[in-house]
Design a protein around this ligand. Structure first.
Ligand code: AP5
Length: 215
């Protein structure tokens, strides 16, 4: 199964990708996670990406396309993958098409999660991530058993640098300007399904799985 999850910041792409990864035994390819790892490791790419990410702007296309191109050639992508946060521009979508054609693969489905703006702000300001294992939580919707502590590994929960309200609002604007037009791009290709992402996490998951079963 080769899937793209589209949707604004906080729509639940990462949350749903983690579940789909288990359901279909295919890897989640999150450009956000890969860029954050590069920032953490202070690689040259990470140093360059950090200023864009902190501002809530998109990292330049050539950087992101390069990392996805390399990742898609890995062995674990042979049976499929879930792209989470890529593509985000028309140029990235065109590059993806070319990379997949080179390896004789085709997308099966593009799912776009729709969530109201104020709900997105609430989801992102309340999001916490384990600094140890990376597991995601939400202070209200998916709280840890113990405040500030990961229920899986006991690690410390942290807030992402770009999850402050001003940056969140810019990320949303960037999404509407540069990424939302990709819905039409994939609609024209007959791949797009729009799913209501306002339900709880398991309701959204059921809707996604039922869509994918139809493919
Ligand atoms: P990235 O990490 O991709 O961030 P994003 O797209 O802004 O998306 P998020 O990870 O914030 O949200 P999500 O939709 O995954 O929601 P989640 O499941 O976590 O990108 C970060 C930055 O990297 C970008 O701004 C850019 O600078 C750069 N970048 C990345 N990719 C790039 C690209 N292709 N090109 C250029 N630059 C790129 O859920 C959020 C919270 O809500 C969680 O707490 C969760 O528990 C909760 N939640 C989830 N679902 C529900 C639900 N149904 N009900 C209630 N709560 C829910």
């Amino acid at each position: 199964m080769k899937i793209i999850l589209l949707g604004p910041p906080g729509a639940g792409k990462g949350t749903q990708a983690t579940m789909l990864m288990k359901e279909y035994s295919i890897p989640q390819i999150s450009t956000g996670d890969m860029l954050r790892a590069a920032v953490h490791d202070q690689t040259p790419m990470g140093v360059k990406a950090k200023e864009y990410m902190d501002a809530g702007d998109l990292v330049p296309d050539d950087v992101v396309i390069g990392i996805v191109r390399e990742r898609l050639q890995a062995d674990d992508c042979k049976n499929g993958f879930i792209l989470d946060g890529f593509p985000r521009t028309q140029l990235q979508a065109d590059a993806l098409k070319q990379v997949l054609a080179e390896v004789d693969k085709q997308l099966d489905s593009v799912i776009s999660l729709q969530v109201e703006t104020e709900a997105l702000v609430g989801r992102l300001t309340g999001r916490r991530t384990c600094s140890g294992c990376g597991k995601g939580f939400h202070l209200q919707y998916e709280p840890p058993a113990l405040d500030g502590t990961c229920s899986s590994c006991g690690g410390v929960l942290v807030q992402r640098d770009d999850d402050c309200e001003a940056t969140i609002r810019n990320r949303m604007q960037v999404y509407h300007q540069q990424t939302a037009p990709l819905e039409d791009y994939y609609r024209r290709e007959g791949l797009l399904t729009v799913i209501d992402g306002m339900g709880d996490i398991s309701a959204v998951q059921r809707a996604i799985v039922s869509t994918l079963q139809g493919h």
